[in-house]
Every structure is written in C-alpha cells, then in structure tokens.
Design a protein around this ligand. Sequence first.
Ligand SMILES: Nc1ncnc2c1ncn2[C@@H]1O[C@H](COP(=O)(O)OP(=O)(O)OP(=O)(O)O)[C@@H](O)[C@H]1O
Length: 305
Amino acid sequence: MTSSTAPLTSTRTAAVRLSGVTKDFGPVHAVQGIDLELQQGEIVAFLGPNGAGKTTTIDMILGLSKPTTGTATVLGLEPREAIARGLVSAVMQTGGLLKDLSVRETVQYTASLFANTRDVDDVLADAGITEIADRKVAKCSGGEQQRLRFAMALLSDPSLLLLDEPTTGMDVEGRRAFWSAIRRDAEQGRTVLFATHYLEEADQYADRIVLISHGRIVADGTGAEIKALASGRTVRFTLPDPDPETFARIAGVDGVEVRGDTVILHSSDSDAVARHLLTTTDARDLEINAKGLEDAFISLTGDAS
Ligand SMILES: Nc1ncnc2c1ncn2[C@@H]1O[C@H](COP(=O)(O)OP(=O)(O)OP(=O)(O)O)[C@@H](O)[C@H]1O
C-alpha cells in the first residue's frame, strides 16, 4: 500500500481527478465519459439541468458508488480512503437532522462520533450560526439548517467539500447567508465543488463552471465564458420546407435549428436577422426571445429534440 506516502498537501495533487468515468444504471447511461481535474483551492460549480448526471458524479467522488468504467481519485486516493481519512465532507440537500436538538447540540453530537474534530464553537462561528446556537433545529429556516449541515461538515476540517444543490428551496436571504459562509470559508484554501441548476448562483460563487448535460461535460470555463454561451437571442419563425443552409448564411446568425416548419436562429444581432427575414423571405409568426441556459445547452449539445 502506497497511500501512506502520498503527498496529500502537495499543490501538484489534484483535489479531484476523474478519468474516463461512466456510470450506467441498467439501460440508463447516467454519466457518459467524464474527464475532469479540480485543483486544490478551486471553487467549482457543476451546472446542469435535471438528470444531467451531477448527483451521480458527486456520489462517485464521495465513494458512495463506483464508476462503471474509468477511475475517480480524491487527493490522489481512492474516494473511500479519502473519506476514511476525514479529507472529504458533503452537504446534501435534506435529511440527517434531529428536530428536537438545538443547533449546538447537533454539532456536539456529531463531534462526539469522531475521534478528532475541530472545536464546536469555531465551526459554529465559521458557518455563521453562533447567534442561533441554542435554537431548536425544528425552529430553523431551510437556510439555517443548511448552514448547520455546513458546520457539521467542517468538523473534520476537510480538504474537499461537496455540496449537492445546497440552496434548493431557500429564499433569497437564506441563500445569500449560506453562500457568504461558504465563500468566507473557501477563502482559507478549501476546495469546493457544488452542483446547481442556476447559472447565476454558479457565476456568483464559483471560480470555474463545469457545464454538464446528458452525462457529459459540454463546457468548462469562467462565469463570463459560460454566460457568453448563454447570451444573445433566438429568432423563431415558421416557413414551409425551411432550408437550414440558407439561414446559416444570413449575417449575424450563429446557429440554426429546424423543427418541421419552425426555425430557430441563434444570433447576437437579432434585430438585423429579423429585418432580413421579414423583408426578403416569407417568414411568419416571428418571435424574438432572450436566450437562456437551456438554449445554451441545446446549442452546445446539438440536442434539438
Ligand atoms: N439509482 C438509479 N437508478 C436508475 N437511474 C438513475 C439512478 N440514479 C440516477 N439515475 C438516472 O441517471 C440520470 C442522471 O441523474 P442524476 O441524479 O445524476 O442527475 P442530476 O444532474 O443530479 O439531476 P437533478 O438536478 O435532477 O438532481 C437521470 O436520468 C436519472 O434518472
């Protein structure tokens, strides 16, 4: 066994390395070949729609399931080994809290289950919940409960923190308080990977966004780079027997989708494209819409079904 000599704190060891990872559930190909390396200290968002494969991938990083093919390592170790050494913690969406305990009692109880932990008051402070330490869990808002889960996750002082859609169902204020606690903590150098559906959340809190769709990475970059993919407008219209080639040649058109008699053009100059269509073709029922993330997924994956 070589793991006892592994250079755990070396900046050269990736926090997470996925190589050719796939995961099948019977006939469902949930993850279809992911190669990804996260450096220590990075805050990375896994951004994708429902069913993209985010949770399945996080479960493999946590060692909760094994890849069908490919390998996953955490700080150079097998995921289960990294967990056993207290190097990884997770904040999941729900569950795991006893309603009758107070916030402090919950953290104290969790701490009592481990041999070595950080000081309870310190983790309460880091999670920003010192002032509600005596409140019963049942009386805490969704955002406060998530900050409590975050405090519990900090007890082992993990190098890697995984968050699976941690702000689902929270109001704006709960979300803001939760993320400011995470962000403050991450500034100390912890690696954070979180799954989200929201481009804004990913853009605001991550240094890097990995866009995932249908079990594959379709883009990987900064918030500005990913937002550029989701910017621009679509021009939708109907025309009998449309020819995609003709539309691709119109100045300002970046992408063409044809669904029967309906055509959707992606463009950064939708006014010019609309003017051209209305003055030189028989296009009808023309609509201009702001592009969103769903359109970015469609353009990137070519999935126009
Ligand atoms: N245990 C399982 N058995 C069968 N299919 C599964 C199982 N777990 C996940 N899947 C399927 O794998 C695909 C990926 O699911 P996954 O939960 O990883 O997506 P996700 O990106 O986390 O989605 P969401 O944002 O909805 O949580 C989906 O089609 C899902 O139905």
